[in-house]
Design a protein around this ligand. Structure first.
Ligand SMILES: N#Cc1c(-c2ccc3ccn(Cc4ccc(CN5CCOCC5)cc4)c3c2)n[nH]c1N
Length: 257
């Protein structure tokens, strides 16, 4: 997968050089290109923002630098991907982090992980002039997404979240020991349930023992205990998911009947 990121804070994305994403890059599973938006400004001050039409708080990111930056991303990326046999005229899916976006979910991460090329447009200030998104949507798929119901100062943190969530789903990125098979929110027997508690050695620590069932070697009992713990955890932390899980479990049972 190729990923392009256009930002005025490339240093904010340093974490994409370490750990899981860093390893995926080193293994050639992920090819990330950072682009400094100010490289597409034309004034001596390298201005990227201006006052909002119609008044209101803060500043808005100017369309010209973004338009020129996205032009360059498309041109360079298409050339590189054509060189890898992805066919002429390839375009990325443009992901725009925004507080007014659709929820960034595991399902959306899985959808994006199936794409060969993503471009991220993390904004700052009050966001990007709307015409940039509309013009981009005329030439590539655009996904406007939010990582949660809280307010950040810009989109770079969201890019770190989204890239990690997508990267761990790419083939060969997670080792066997770290399967994403039982992820919360992933499809499967524990679909939509939160993970229950996990334990490792020692069997007793500061007077607290590991639940006996986990030491029993009885895999059926262990699996049942884990499902029960996952259900309890979900009921306590995310009762909104329990309904979804019950429906999925019922549908599954109903389909068998
Ligand atoms: N993903 C994600 C995000 C973001 C996010 C993502 C991208 C950008 C680019 C700029 N910002 C700052 C910003 C904050 C709030 C507002 C709304 N304004 C309405 C008028 O009153 C003032 C406030 C606009 C811009 C961003 C925030 N926040 N939270 C998420 N889950």
């Amino acid at each position: 997968m190729r990923i392009d990121v256009v930002t005025i804070f490339p240093e904010y994305l340093e974490p994409l050089n370490v750990s899981l994403v860093g390893k995926a890059r080193a293994r050639g599973r992920l090819d990330i290109h950072l682009h400094h938006l100010r490289d597409w400004t034309t004034d001596v001050h390298r201005t990227v923002d201006d006052t909002p039409y119609g008044g209101g708080p803060g500043m808005v990111m100017k369309p010209e630098p973004w338009g020129a930056a996205l032009d360059a991303v498309l041109e360079r990326g298409a050339e590189e991907l054509a060189g890898r046999g992805l066919g002429e005229g390839a375009v990325p899916t443009l992901v725009v982090p925004t507080p007014s976006g659709r929820p960034f979910t595991q399902e959306l991460a899985q959808r994006l992980a199936a794409e060969p090329w993503l471009a991220f447009a993390p904004a700052r200030y009050e966001g990007i002039d709307r015409r940039v998104i509309e013009e981009a949507a005329d030439r590539m798929p655009v996904v406007e997404a939010s990582i949660g119901d809280y307010v950040l100062a810009g989109g770079e943190v969201a890019v770190l979240v989204m890239v990690e969530a997508v990267a761990r789903l790419l083939p060969g990125v997670l080792g066997n020991a770290e399967s994403h098979r039982d992820d919360s929110f992933a499809a499967g027997a524990m679909a939509d349930l939160l993970e229950g508690p996990v334990y490792t050695k020692p069997a007793e620590w500061r007077g607290r023992a590991v639940p006996e069932v986990l030491l029993s070697g009885n895999h059926g009992l262990i699996a049942r205990w884990r499902r029960e713990q996952a259900f309890r955890r979900t009921l306590a932390m995310r009762p909104d998911l329990v309904g979804r899980w019950e429906k999925a479990a019922f549908d599954k049972h109903d389909r068998k009947a």
